[in-house]
Design a protein around this ligand. Sequence first.
Ligand code: GLU
Length: 423
Amino acid sequence: MGAQAVAITPKEDTWAMALRQFNVAADFLPLKRGIREVLAYPKRELTVNFPVKMDDGSVRIFTGYRVHHNTVLGPTKGGIRYHPGVTLNDVRALAMWMTWKCSVVGLPFGGAKGAVVVNPKELSRDELEHLTRRYATEISILMSPEGDIPAPDLGTDAQVMAWIMDTYSMHAGHSTPSVVTGKPLAIGGSQGRSEAPGRGVWLVAREASRQVGIPLDGAKVAVQGFGAVGSTVSFLLHDHGCSIVAVSDSAGGIHNEKGIDPRALRRFKDEHGTVAGFPGAERITNPELLELSCDILVPSAVQGQITSENAPRLRARIVVEGANGPVTPDADRILADRKILVVPDAISNSGGVIVSYFEWVQGLQQFFWTEDEINHNLERIMLRSFGQVVRTAEEKRTTLRTAALIRAIDRVAEALMTRGIYP
Ligand code: GLU
């Protein structure tokens, strides 16, 4: 296998993908045309171009977005992504996916997403703080504990959330922790929140393996992406008997049939900035990782990775989506024909937003739960939702993705029609 690094970049327009998935599921529901359109289109979209003073004294303009896809079920919820290639269409899709994710797992939230077009690794810590505080100020017309509650996503973390919380609080004149989730524990974050997205992926990987009849003990796992989701899910699957045979990040991947110790790999990545070059493993590219023979493949990098081009060559038995939108609609069809089970993002990576909900509730009530309570309630909600989606898929004879979207769209449609169209 070649050793050349291949960047992880999406290959299909994300918004087109999200709409195609929506249309497939909406066709199962008796929705009037107007209602269907309300559910498809983003409710509001904000684009901001804003200046940031850089360390060398120069001023640079950055572009940011915040999209509210749907607000019918409650305040909007969704992360903020810092990525050099992010587009408004990506943010629209990601916001729509948040609507379905919150709906299918039963949270009282609508869907939103935000982004800044930037490579955060190229900024100093001061520049990152200035950019974050200015972006937070620009989107503060949309953000509030009752209206829209951001969280971390690709390229952002708990520290970025702390700066957003502080900026909002300085303008409000009082501390407002519930305006963001995924905050550090020191300022009202929740136990278990940083681990939650990966823990959720592990929980559904376990349930899906049971369903397909693959014992987790000894199962071979390949993980694309070694960020917050990819590393936690690797630790948990490894701790429960799986063999992590391959891992990648944006600089390339590594492969070892005998298994990789994910914690040693984490230490290596912290030191060298990438997993590539980890001793004792063979170097592979991201496309090669996706096509390895394994039991469970966890794409947890970015959208649009498994396409009509590589889906015919996939050799995994189960694909559990750690990222949002890693499998395109064409690939979904090919994998369904090939009887490869795909557990869709709306369920599999909902752990983050579920514990965000717990964090928001704890912040509003000023009453905090233990890590055991958090993890127990996370597992209860995820297993219930997974079971419901599996049953709907059986009833409607469709994929888990379409079943999840049918349930999600139906819940929002019912709420919309119960509330009525104003005025
Ligand atoms: N960014 C995460 C996601 O895509 C979490 C969103 C949140 O907690 O609001 O689900």
